[in-house]
Design a protein around this ligand. Structure first.
Ligand code: SAM
Length: 450
C-alpha cells in the first residue's frame, strides 16, 4: 500500500516571516563604539538630516560586497537624503548615482560630494565672513543702515515670521543676499548649505525636536557666530575629504557623480549597470519629510507651495491608488488589520507599499547580475498594528525578481530618528508622552539579482 504524504510548501511570505522570527541581533552592525568624530568625518557633518545613515554602515556594506581596488564601480541610492552613500562611494573612487525628491537633500548631497581645493575655499569663506560681520552687526541693523537689502522670500513671509524674530530675520536676509551675490556656483551652494544648517539654531524651532515645534522661551543666538562656527567646521571637513578623493575622480567629477532631483522610480542609470544599491526609504506617515525641512525650503525659496510640494514624497498622506495591485501577502494582511482601525491610514500604508514595489522593480532593472540591493529599514506600529516594513520589503523584493540574499538585524545607537511613538495617534511623541518604543532595532534587507 502506498501512503501519499502531502508536501507542505511554504509561500514566499511564510518563509520570510520564519526567517525574521529566528533572527538575532548582529552586534558587529551596531557600531556602538564609533565616535561622533568618525560619524561626522569629512563632509558628513555639513547638515543635519532626519534618519541619516552613519557612514560606517555604508562603508561596511561596501567592504563586504565591493572590492576596494575594483575599477569602474557604480553605487546607487534612490533615496540619497543627505548623501551618505554617495559621499562614501566618491571617497573610494567609485561612481555614484541616485535620486531624491527633496530639493534641500539634492543641494546638500551635491555640496557634500564635490571636494573644493582647500586653500581656495578657506579664502572665500574668510572673505564672506568679513563681509557679513559688518553688514549684519547690531549697530547696522538698529540704525537702519541700508547697505544691503535683505533677501526675504515674499511668498513665505508669513512662515518666516512664524519661526524668526524681526532682527534675526533681517540679519539672515542680508546674509542670504550676500550669498546670492557670490559668483562661483560651488562656493555659493556651499554657503547656502551652511546657511540652511544654521536656520534651526537661529529660529524658535525647539532644538531637541526633529518635528516642527516652537520653543517660545528659546534664546536666539547671533546668526554670525553660529554661521562662523559651522563654516569653519565645514572647511575642515572639506579639507579632510579632499585628501581622500583619488586624483582621477577629482579631475573628472562630472563623470563620477550622477545624482538628480527626482523620483526613486526613475533612476538615471541604464539597464544592468549598477554594482550595488545602498539605501533607506522614507517611512509611512512617520513624518512629512517636506515639513521637516521647511525652514530651508522657505528661506532658500525652493517651492511655490509647501502643501503641494509634499505630494511627490513617498510615505506621505496624500496619495491613493485604486488600480495598482499590491503583490506582498504580508502587506495585504497588515492593511486588512489597519482597515479595522482607520480606513484612511490603511489606504496611505497601501499606497506606500505600492510605491515601494515600483522602486524595487526599478532597482532590479538597473542592477548588474550578481549585484545587491541593500535596504536599511525598521518596523513601526500604527494604531496598535505592527507595520512589518522590513518583512514586507523582503517579500516584495522577491516579487520584483530578487533572491532574498541576507538579513542583518542591528541595534540603533545613534540615529536622528525620534525614539518614541504615541500609541493612540501613531505619531512620534516626546519621550514622556509616548508609550511605545518605535525603533529599538532595524534591519538591513539584502536582495541579490541572479
Ligand atoms: C530615510 S531618508 C534617506 C536618508 C539617507 N540614507 C541619508 O543618509 O541621508 C529617505 C529619503 O527619501 C526621500 N524621498 C521621499 N520620497 C521620495 C521619492 N518619491 N523619490 C525619491 N526620494 C524620495 C526623502 O526626501 C528622504 O531624503
Amino acid at each position: 500500500m502506498i501512503v501519499v504524504i502531502g508536501v507542505f510548501q511554504m509561500s514566499v511570505a511564510e518563509k520570510v516571516l520564519e526567517k525574521f522570527k529566528t533572527k538575532k541581533v548582529d552586534n558587529e552592525w551596531s557600531f556602538k563604539d564609533s565616535k561622533p568624530s568618525e560619524r561626522g568625518k569629512w563632509t558628513h557633518s555639513y547638515h543635519r538630516y532626519p534618519a541619516k545613515f552613519i557612514p560606517q554602515l555604508v562603508e561596511k556594506l561596501l567592504d563586504d560586497y565591493i572590492e576596494k581596488k575594483k575599477e569602474d564601480v557604480l553605487i546607487n541610492d534612490p533615496f540619497f537624503g543627505c548623501g551618505t552613500t554617495i559621499v562614501s562611494a566618491i571617497s573610494r573612487g567609485f561612481r555614484a548615482s541616485g535620486t531624491d525628491i527633496n530639493k534641500i537633500a539634492y543641494l546638500i548631497t551635491k555640496v557634500k560630494s564635490i571636494p573644493i581645493e582647500p586653500n581656495y575655499l578657506d579664502k572665500k569663506v574668510n572673505d564672506f565672513l568679513a563681509k557679513i560681520k559688518t553688514l549684519t552687526s547690531n549697530q547696522t541693523i538698529l540704525l537702519g543702515v541700508q547697505q544691503i537689502t535683505p533677501l526675504i522670500p515674499k511668498k513665505h513671509q508669513e512662515r518666516i515670521d512664524y519661526w524668526f524674530d524681526e532682527v534675526t530675520k533681517i540679519k539672515l536676509g542680508k546674509i542670504l543676499q550676500i550669498i546670492k551675490n557670490e559668483e562661483d556656483e560651488r562656493i555659493r551652494e556651499f554657503l547656502q548649505v551652511a546657511f540652511s544648517h544654521c536656520l534651526k539654531n537661529t529660529s524658535i524651532w525647539l532644538m531637541g525636536s526633529t518635528k516642527p515645534t516652537r520653543d517660545m522661551k528659546k534664546k536666539i543666538p547671533e546668526p554670525f557666530d553660529i554661521l562662523k562656527r559651522h563654516l569653519k567646521k565645514m572647511v575642515r571637513g572639506n579639507e579632510a575629504y579632499y585628501k581622500v578623493i583619488p586624483e582621477k575622480t577629482k579631475k573628472n567629477l562630472v563623470e563620477y557623480l550622477k545624482i538628480i532631483l527626482g523620483d526613486a522610480r526613475k533612476q538615471p542609470d541604464k539597464d544592468s549597470t549598477v554594482d550595488i544599491t545602498i539605501t533607506s526609504s522614507p517611512y509611512v506617515t512617520s513624518y512629512e519629510y517636506a515639513d521637516l525641512h521647511q525652514l530651508s525650503t522657505i528661506w532658500l525659496d525652493l517651492t511655490e507651495d509647501l502643501t503641494d510640494y509634499r505630494k511627490d514624497f513617498i510615505g506621505t498622506a496624500h496619495k491613493k491608488y485604486d488600480k495598482v495591485q499590491l503583490r506582498s501577502e504580508i502587506a495585504k494582511d497588515v492593511i486588512e488589520k489597519l482597515k479595522n482601525k482607520d480606513k484612511k491610514l490603511a489606504k496611505n500604508v497601501e499606497a506606500f507599499f505600492i510605491d515601494m514595489q515600483e522602486v524595487f522593480d526599478e532597482n532590479y532593472r538597473i542592477l548588474k547580475s550578481g549585484g545587491r540591493c541593500c535596504y536599511v529599514i525598521g518596523n513601526t506600529r500604527l494604531k496598535k498594528v505592527d507595520i512589518l516594513n522590513a518583512e514586507i520589503f523582503a517579500e516584495s523584493l522577491q516579487h520584483s525578481g530578487f533572491i532574498f540574499d541576507k538579513l542583518i538585524k542591528r541595534e540603533i545607537h545613534s540615529k536622528l530618528l525620534p525614539q518614541l511613538r504615541d500609541e493612540k495617534t501613531g505619531q512620534f511623541a516626546s519621550n514622556h508622552n509616548a508609550d511605545s518604543v518605535a525603533y529599538p532595532v532595524e534591519y538591513i534587507v539584502i536582495g541579490k539579482k541572479e
